[in-house]
Every structure is written in C-alpha cells, then in structure tokens.
Design a protein around this ligand. Sequence first.
Ligand SMILES: [Zn+2]
Length: 319
Amino acid sequence: MVIKSRGKNNKVEKLEALISRLNPGHPQWEWIKEELHKRQSGERGERSLDYHLTFLPQDEFFILHDLRLKNEQGYFFQIDTLLLSSRFFTIIDVKNYGGSLFLDHHFNQLIQQSSNGNKRGLLDPISQIRRQQLQFKNWMKSNGMEDIPVESLIILSNSSTIIETTSNPSYYDKITRSINIDNKIEQFKLKYPKEIFTKEELWPFAKALVTAHTPSDYDPLKYFKITHADLLKGVCCPSCSILPMIRLHGNWQCSVCMYNCKDAHIRALQDYKLLISDTITVREMCSFLGMSSRYSAYRLIRTMSLCHSGGTKGREYFL
Ligand SMILES: [Zn+2]
C-alpha cells in the first residue's frame, strides 16, 4: 500500500521554469539544460519502478516514495523508495542510466560509456546506498526502531542499459533490473522469516516517517548563480511559447501567432512562485508580467481571489 506518493518532482518543475525564462545564449544555459535532462530522466526511471512495485503483495508493504530526512548532524538524506514490512525494510535507489556501465569495486567508481564512445565517471551507487542505509539506520535508532533489518537495492530502470562489473559478489546482490524487484523481495522474505512487528505496530513508525519528510528548498537561481535581471519577463504564449504576450482589452494576445486567451498569466505567476517567491506585490507583478498599467495589474490580481497580507500600500498576495 502506497502511503506516501511521489508527486511531481519540484526540482524538475523549477528547472523547467528557469530554462523557459532564460535566453539560450546565457552562459549557464547548456549546464542548466543538462541538469534538467538528468533530472527528467531520473524522474522517468522512478515512475517506471512504480509499475513493477504493483506486483508486490500490497497488504504486506507500506510503500513510501521520495523521502527526505534529516540526519543527526543536521544534513538531509534522500530515499527514492522505502518498503516497510513486518519482517524487514528495504531502501531502493533508482538509476536511469543509459549506455554501457562498468562498476569497478577496486576504486569505487562507475564508468558510463555512451553510444558515441564517450566515457564519464559517476558516483559509485553501491557506496551511495551504503551511506543512505547507514543514515537511515541511525534515524531509526533515534526514533526507537532499531530491531528490524534494513536491506538496500539499486534498481536499473533503463532496460537497454548494459552492465558489467569486477567480480565482487556483493555487487550482484545489490543491483537489479526493475522487472526483477518482486523476485528480490521474495529472497528477502526467505532470509527474514520471523515477524518482528505487527502491521499495527509498524503504522506509527510509517506515519512518523511521513511527518519527518522535509521537502527540498532547492533554489536553482542560487545554485546556478542567476540574477533576477537574467530572467526573461512577460507572459509566455501557450500556443507558440513566444515571450511576451500583449495585454489587450482584458485578454493576452500573442503578436506572433495571434493566439488570444484570458488566463495565460497563471503560468507566468507559477514561474514566479517556483523561481522567486510565493508572495507578490502589484508592483512586482507589473514588472514580472511586463504590464505597463498598475491599475490593470491590480484588477487582474483581484480576479484571482488570492489571500493577502498588509494594508493597501505594498500589499503582498500569496500565490
Ligand atoms: Zn503565440
């Protein structure tokens, strides 16, 4: 049973908003585009795992996706998927790598070779998941739940990926394909036949995990050193994606494809919320949407029935 779903990946949403508001000639554009592709691919991999998890006996597992927990040192660690059962827990890390992979346990490195022959080094997923496992066990200890074994698995979600490794048996046990997940879990069930908690005893711990989850405060502007002045202002045309549309007789009109609509500003304000702030003043809205009349910006914001704080001067609206 899924008790915490994945939801839309906030980092992907933020990067999509950022790339749509940057000039392709911007020095950071290629880097941001690459980061966005990487995260979109990761998100696809995680979602493809969800289908394979439906083959597990649903009444035996609490499934939690996309958990971000704080360790004792105050740093956050992230778990793609966590399976809780009465006999053992399993941490799952999803990797959507393409091409050919070579896992080298001597140097703890993963070498990826793409179809054009280019090689690049990546973090060794075994070391990564060991670290996650350790942090999770510590988290369990500090939350009164240390008696249950914790297994970990790395799932390769891209079925066309070729993988080779040095002859280290622990690597074979830790890495598998999405389609084999139910088989791996069956092996864990044989390894841990004894029930340690009842499902009723497990439930408060599952709830505590959901409560302890802290969404990421990822700020792509800070990360990529982008200033507000770098962002393209205006309302984007939903039909041809050109910026900016023109405000005409209470409508938004595209001067390129002539598309006309009433609510194109909603998407622009979503971008503002993802990239800048979740509150906005009429003056800030005028500037971001590229409106010349403060009065029409005020009328527009009134139509959205947003909650607000402060008096009439400098009033902040909650997006
Ligand atoms: Zn257009």
